[in-house]
Design a protein around this ligand. Structure first.
Ligand SMILES: [Zn+2]
Length: 131
């Protein structure tokens, strides 16, 4: 019953994307900051961010919302990729990660193999690393 209602409500709507997720986190950060002394005005800024996020999610103008998300990803995409790569490196205990000195591509090798020669798949450059 409730799921059916939600399905009907969201039919044809844009829904969520990376920008809407970012706006949600930004809203939570503003709400937390608004609890500090003399920062109560941030509650209104947080409300504006939340309303913008909801407007985007319920919008039927998919082309405009996709263009907004593309601009957001063009601006913050490198930061998002860097954070995801750091998380992957932190979680993966079985591999060592190197950055190719000539093209900057991340390369993964098994850990604990000693001194090895790494060949970059992207540009073909070879260099020695300790894994
Ligand atoms: Zn390379």
């Amino acid at each position: 019953m409730l799921m059916n209602y939600l399905r009907k409500l969201m039919y044809g709507r844009y829904g969520s994307d990376q920008l809407s997720l970012f706006l949600l986190f930004f809203y939570v950060a503003l709400v937390l900051l608004a609890n500090l002394p003399f920062m109560g005005w941030l509650t209104w800024a947080a409300l504006a961010v939340l309303l913008w996020d909801l407007y985007r999610m319920f919008s039927r103008r998919h082309d405009r919302r996709r263009a907004e998300n593309a601009r957001f990803l063009a601006l913050f995409g490198p930061v998002i990729r860097w954070v995801k790569m750091r998380r992957t490196i932190h979680r993966d205990k079985e591999h060592c990660y190197f950055k190719c000195p000539s093209c900057g591509q991340y390369l993964r090798v098994p850990r604990g193999k000693g001194k090895i020669t790494v060949s970059c798949r992207n540009c073909g450059a070879s260099f020695e690393e300790k894994s």
